[in-house]
Write a protein that binds this ligand. Structure first.
Ligand SMILES: C[S@@+](CC[C@H](N)C(=O)[O-])C[C@H]1O[C@@H](n2cnc3c(N)ncnc32)[C@H](O)[C@@H]1O
Length: 254
């Protein structure tokens, strides 16, 4: 598979850590249906996707395919796409209701224009690939009126991440301006934009922003992703947030 250097490296990293990741996080991901992010907050409370029954949904960076698996069982028509063969193999192992899995790079989607009603990513390829490449691709494969919903860490996390796997700081320790690529130490790269950059990118690609949902876990939440993100921190500041945008019927300019 051709791809930019960060894509090829991220593929190696995910192939290498898939087994560990599914063993550590599978117990949460596999048992909390249709739930967003590190605190598994139910879509039924959030309403980012809307009614998905019968809809063709692309999960971008599906990993073990837990969202797609539960979406298939809920009557949607998901397609799981991932860069890592090992992650796709985990998805194949978990699958109960059959749905297609596609081995591809989210920066170069192998689909025709206007193929999907919904594109979904929960800490998937919308953060593990460059949004300046993925957002135009997402806009291209969405049908007019189709919806993009993706969950990602917020700029607050970047500003408060002191590194070395330390728990998130309660002080701003990194700059906000200039957010784009984050080198993860093991050679992997993730991507994050500031709020204004997200707004301009989505609008430039013809996506109307409908909502920005900052996820606040309930007081009694538990997560397999602690201690990087403690419940106390996540109850005080937005750790993750979902952008919801709809493909305009007539594309907007700038
Ligand atoms: C954290 S997992 C997301 C899956 C699931 N929602 C979860 O939380 O475990 C991130 C996934 O993104 C995939 N990924 C990374 N870069 C990608 C790219 N360029 N195209 C498609 N998938 C990619 C990785 O292989 C990995 O399976």
């Amino acid at each position: 598979m051709a791809g930019s250097p960060h894509v090829l490296r991220n593929r190696e990293v995910w192939d290498g850590m898939s087994e560990w990741y599914q063993a550590k996080h599978g117990p949460q991901l596999n048992t909390r249906p249709l739930a967003w992010g590190m605190w598994a907050i139910p879509e039924a409370e959030i309403g980012a996707l809307g009614d998905v029954s019968g809809k063709v949904v692309l999960e971008l960076g599906c990993g073990g395919g837990q969202w797609s698996m539960f979406l298939a069982e809920a009557g949607a028509r998901p397609v799981g796409l991932d860069l890592s063969e090992q992650q796709l193999s985990a998805a194949r192992g978990l699958m109960r209701t059959p749905y297609p899995l596609v081995h591809a790079d989210a920066e170069q989607l192998p689909f025709r224009d206007a193929s999907f009603d919904v594109v979904l990513s929960d800490h998937g390829a919308m953060i593990w690939a460059d949004p300046y490449a993925t957002v135009p691709e997402v806009a291209r494969v969405l049908r007019p009126g189709g919806r993009l919903a993706f969950n990602a860490g917020t700029p607050w996390v970047c500003a408060c991440d002191a590194g070395n796997d330390a728990p998130l700081s309660e002080r701003l320790v990194n700059p906000y301006f200039g957010l784009h690529r984050v080198d993860e130490g093991d050679g992997a790269a993730t991507f994050i934009l500031g709020y204004g950059d997200w707004i301009r990118l989505l609008r430039r690609c013809g996506l109307d922003i409908e909502n920005h949902i900052e996820l606040r876990p309930p007081e009694d939440a538990s997560s397999a992703y602690e201690p990087f993100a403690s419940l106390e921190w996540a109850r005080r500041w937005p750790l993750e947030a979902i952008w919801v945008a709809t493909k305009a019927v007539t594309p907007l300019n700038g």
